[in-house]
Design a protein around this ligand. Sequence first.
Ligand SMILES: Cc1cc2nc3c(=O)[nH]c(=O)nc-3n(C[C@H](O)[C@H](O)[C@H](O)COP(=O)(O)OP(=O)(O)OC[C@H]3O[C@@H](n4cnc5c(N)ncnc54)[C@H](O)[C@@H]3O)c2cc1C
Length: 254
Amino acid sequence: MPMMTMRLVRPAFLVDINEIAALKFVRMEKDAARIGACTRQCVVEHDEALAECVPLLRQALRWVGHSQTRNRGTVGGSLAHADPSAELPLAAQLLGAKVVLRSSKGARTLEAERFFTGPMSTSARPDECLEEIHWPVWREKHTGSAFTEIAIRHGDFAMVAAAAQVALDGDGRCTRAAFGLGGAAGTPLAFPKIAARLVGTKLDDPAIDAAAGDAAKECDPGNDLHATKEYRRHLARVLAARALREARDRARTQ
Ligand SMILES: Cc1cc2nc3c(=O)[nH]c(=O)nc-3n(C[C@H](O)[C@H](O)[C@H](O)COP(=O)(O)OP(=O)(O)OC[C@H]3O[C@@H](n4cnc5c(N)ncnc54)[C@H](O)[C@@H]3O)c2cc1C
């Protein structure tokens, strides 16, 4: 629907897949939460077990449009739409979610990194349907995550969005870190190499600021009516640091 509203596509046929019950489910497994592609965003937002195991999903969804749009929008629709500013694709990218694509020839599983190929573009083939998404569950006791963004109005697509998830050991030292940016390039970005440099540190503010600064240098934002690329790069640095700090503070209280 968004693509047609923006006059980006004029399909000859529309197939409504909303009634396919097999595409609507939430299943918890040991290392991943599996979500069917047609599961409504509001179902994911209000699922307490999911909020426990993949808290970033609820945190991200609170920024997606309004409750009315989340009542209709699906998880798979958001990923397949692949807006580089959208919240769920960013969460998928930084967590390393896996998408299952199915055609009449069989199924294949792709990491989010290989799924998003550009603005509104994915590597799904024309005969493939997105069937389900596997969201990794971090089992570390002291884990925290956070999502933040700047938009013109709440509910608009983000000018820039940032998300982070970190795990700490009993001494408060980082054992695992992931963070990413949306609206800062043609696809959502994750920074695994920069995040790896945070492992072993106490995630103090200078370490976080350095990581956020390095990530902002790596992103490739565009100019448009809403913001210049310089302003977006500035937001990328500020918001990445904010998300990492919030994630760290939550992990410390677990
Ligand atoms: C007013 C408004 C505000 C919004 N604000 C935000 C926002 O702030 N952030 C945000 O992230 N989103 C936002 N959205 C988008 C919304 O959350 C939905 O994600 C989006 O509209 C897609 O809706 P849908 O799930 O019904 O998918 P559709 O519109 O049905 O499909 C979207 C695209 O994905 C393809 N597709 C859908 N499902 C599959 C599948 N299973 N397999 C393969 N291809 C598939 C379709 O062919 C189409 O190309 C907003 C939408 C509106 C109307």
